[in-house]
Structures are given as structure tokens and as C-alpha cells.
Design a protein around this ligand. Structure first.
Ligand code: AMP
Ligand code: MG
Length: 416
């Protein structure tokens, strides 16, 4: 007899004892979307030196005190400082330095006057340095200078373990000069499916056969949550073939093994026979709809989850049980979105926690949920049409229109 569990209890059992995988060092150009495995203490200041934020003239502010359009102050140009060149010398008092955006501000100078506020022009066709410049403005010390460490101070802990590396974090890592980054290893997930009726896309379909869609949708889900999917070819409904495919899955040394189909209670299922032989697997009935049957255990010490065969059930149970497992293994935060919505129509359930595929519409400033039509656990079209999964809690059988419920949003790619 299979155990009956609440969704929360099933998840607690699945996650018990799971810890994040070890870290690996990878090249900076490959870290997008990965999880930082260690805090990064800034090894340097960014910027590494005080630099000009304008094309103009580095000055000693007090040298041009009182300058204005009517009474410009003229000073000789003693240096030319392009970007990317080390500093030659300190600025001589009573002189100015022509300076480019990003160039090192010379010692002694305490401000930069933009070229627009002088009688010169920045003319790349005549690179001649003017011998003297008239300033039309006076300026505060510090103006148009980005001080050393203005962005990031050496020793600062801006990037912490567990962060998802987005483009901005990648830019910071580059600014800090780090070429290899410690990230949490991505969990490798072997994906099995079984059924005599299943045929891969691209192969001829005989009467009575259907396409294997689960392997592909589940592989895409694994990738979405930071895992590396390994699709194993579909097993026939024989003990020998299922056993052979499980051994093939194990040969990839996965961190998780997933299968879909063959876990329903009472069904003739070879998956169960093979599981009893290869591992420690329990067959559960979970108080969830769609997706009641679920198998969980370990095969050769590797966590194994057997999802239902129906495609929507497989996706919903993936979200409920596999996604949290992958997030925990991958050290990944749960950044899925939920929102409160008003039911646009009444819904009935059988007392299990039920996930309705819904469209969300803005009506009078409120988010209103309507079912996408057929809620069959085999109808993947309902997943395509859905903006979210409306969650009706356990032990409710009737939810009238107008009730407020939570919706697991599926609008963004990272949330599928
Ligand atoms: P089962 O658990 O084997 O009884 O399968 C339940 C339902 O899911 C049946 O209608 C199967 O045809 C369907 N199914 C099982 N595996 C897949 C798959 N990989 N892709 C699409 N449908 C599947
Ligand atoms: Mg089957």
C-alpha cells in the first residue's frame, strides 16, 4: 500500500539531507545564470586610480577661481594625458593638463574642467595640444573626477555566495580582474521515460503510438533550473529494457535520476519491479492534482524521482518536487513568482491541492484568473495557454467566483 502524503510532507522528505553540490572554477565568460559558490572580497579598488569623467583639462581648482565668461582665466598646458597611459609626473602649479575621459588624474590636480567650458575644442583631426587655454568657468575641487575606489572599495563584499550571476555581476567580476569564478556545480539529471506507446519526434509513428513529449519538456525544465539534462532513450515496457535504461542512466553518474510514467498505483508497471531490484524506492500517493502518484527514493545512492506519465502531471510535479530539489542541490534561490488573483469563475476540486492552468486578466485594477479550458492532465495545450497555475489548497472542494487565491506565475522564461 502506497503512503498518502501532503504536498509539504512529500517535499520535506525529498529535501531531507540534501546539500548543495561542491563548487567548480569556470571561466568568466561562461558564468551567466550560474550560482556564485563563495563570497568575493574585492581584491582591488575599482576604479584603480582617480580618473577623469570628462574630456577636458585637469586643473588646480584654486588656479581658476573667479573665472567666468566675461573674465576668462588663461593658463599654459604643461601635459597631455590620454586614457590608458601611466602618469608621467605631477601637475605643475599654475599649469593645466589636457586629459581624456578615463585617463589618470595627475597628482596635484583636483578638478577637471570640461572642454566645452574653455576656448578650445576637442578636435581629433588636429591632435595638436594648445599651448594655452582660457577657462570660462571656475570649478569646485573634486569636480569631474572619479576617485579611486569610488565604485568598489578593496575589501568590499559586494558579491556573495548564493547569488545568481546576472550580466551586472559578470561586469563587476571582470572589473575586479577575476577570470575564473567559483560556482556551484550544475546538477546532472538523467531523464528516463518508459512506455511501449512512446516514439521520439522525427521517427515514424505507428498506429496506437504517441510522441514522447515528457523527456523533452522535463529536460527543458531541468535546464531552466540550472541542471544539466541527460535524456536516456525511451524504455520499452519490459523489465529487461527498463533495467538496461536505468543502468545506462547510472553510467552518466548523475546527481538525480528522473523518470516519468509507470508509477501509478495498481498499474502493471515494470518501473516498480526494477526499482525494488536496484534501489530503495517508495511509491507515494501525494495529495496533489494533477499528479497523485509519485515515486521517491535512491538508486545506487542517487536520489530518484518517478513522476507521473501524463504530461501536465509530470510538469506540475516537477515544479512541486524536482525544482526545489535542483535548487537546493544547485545552491539556487527560489525566485519563482506568485501573485494573488481573484477567481473569475467558480471551481470545484476533490479536496486535493489542485493546480488549475489559468489565464490572468487585469480587470478594474485586479488580477482575475480564468481556467484555460480543458484541465485534462494530458493536455499540454493548457500549459501553453496558461499565465499561471492557480493553487486551490487542500481540503477545499468549492471555490466561488470572487475568491482570492495564489497563482504560481509562468510568464517569464526563468519561471517557464
Ligand atoms: P503511465 O504512467 O505509463 O500509465 O502513463 C500515463 C499516461 O501518460 C499515458 O497516457 C501515457 O501514454 C502518457 N505518457 C507516459 N509517458 C509519456 C511521455 N514520455 N510523453 C508523453 N506522454 C506520456
Ligand atoms: Mg506507461
Amino acid at each position: 500500500m502506497a503512503n498518502l502524503f501532503s504536498v509539504d510532507e512529500a517535499l520535506t522528505r525529498i529535501l531531507a539531507g540534501v546539500t548543495p553540490l561542491a563548487h567548480e572554477m569556470i571561466l568568466l565568460e561562461n558564468v551567466l545564470g550560474r550560482i556564485l559558490a563563495q563570497d568575493i572580497i574585492a581584491p582591488v579598488h575599482v576604479p584603480p586610480f582617480a580618473n577623469s569623467s570628462m574630456d577636458g583639462y585637469a586643473v588646480i581648482a584654486s588656479d581658476i577661481a573667479g573665472a567666468g565668461r566675461e573674465n576668462p582665466v588663461s593658463l599654459p598646458v604643461s601635459m597631455d594625458i590620454p586614457a590608458g597611459k601611466p602618469l608621467q609626473a605631477a601637475l605643475r602649479p599654475g599649469t593645466v593638463a589636457r586629459i581624456m575621459t578615463g585617463a589618470v588624474v595627475p597628482d596635484g590636480a583636483d578638478a577637471v574642467v570640461p572642454v566645452e567650458d574653455t576656448d578650445t575644442q576637442w578636435d581629433t583631426t588636429s591632435p595638436e595640444i594648445p599651448s594655452e587655454v582660457a577657462f570660462f568657468v571656475s570649478i569646485q575641487p573634486g569636480a569631474n573626477i572619479r576617485p579611486i575606489g569610488e565604485d568598489i572599495q578593496k575589501g568590499m563584499n559586494l558579491l556573495q555566495a548564493g547569488m545568481v550571476l546576472r550580466p551586472q555581476e559578470i561586469g563587476v567580476l571582470a572589473s575586479l580582474g577575476l577570470a575564473e569564478i567559483p560556482v556551484v556545480r550544475r546538477p546532472k539529471v538523467a531523464i528516463l521515460s518508459s512506455g511501449d506507446e512512446l516514439v521520439a519526434p522525427g521517427e515514424p509513428l505507428q498506429p496506437g503510438q504517441i510522441r514522447d513529449s515528457n523527456s523533452y519538456a522535463i529536460a527543458a525544465l531541468v535546464e531552466t533550473y540550472g541542471g544539466v539534462p541527460v535524456r536516456i532513450p525511451t524504455a520499452r515496457d519490459t523489465i529487461e529494457d527498463v533495467r538496461r535504461r536505468f543502468h545506462e542512466a547510472l553510467s552518466h553518474q548523475p546527481d538525480v535520476i528522473l523518470s516519468s510514467a509507470g508509477v501509478s498505483v495498481g498499474a502493471f508497471d515494470v518501473v516498480r519491479t526494477v526499482m525494488n531490484e536496484l534501489g530503495e524506492v517508495n511509491f507515494w500517493r501525494v495529495n496533489i492534482r494533477p499528479g497523485k502518484p509519485l515515486a521517491f527514493g535512491h538508486v545506487a545512492g542517487i536520489p530518484f524521482l518517478g513522476l507521473p506519465g501524463n504530461p501536465v502531471s509530470a510538469m506540475v510535479t516537477f515544479d512541486g518536487f524536482v525544482r526545489p530539489l535542483l535548487q537546493k542541490l544547485g545552491g539556487r534561490p527560489d525566485d519563482t513568482d506568485t501573485a494573488a488573483a481573484i477567481l473569475g469563475e467558480s471551481v470545484r476540486t476533490d479536496g486535493r491541492r489542485t493546480y488549475f492552468r489559468v489565464k490572468l486578466l487585469q480587470e478594474d485594477g485586479r488580477l482575475v484568473a480564468y481556467t484555460t479550458g480543458t484541465q485534462s492532465s494530458g493536455a499540454l495545450s493548457s500549459m501553453v495557454l496558461a499565465d499561471g497555475l492557480l493553487i486551490v489548497p487542500e481540503n477545499t472542494t468549492y471555490s466561488p467566483a470572487g475568491s482570492e487565491l495564489q497563482v504560481r506565475l509562468l510568464r517569464r522564461m526563468s519561471n517557464w
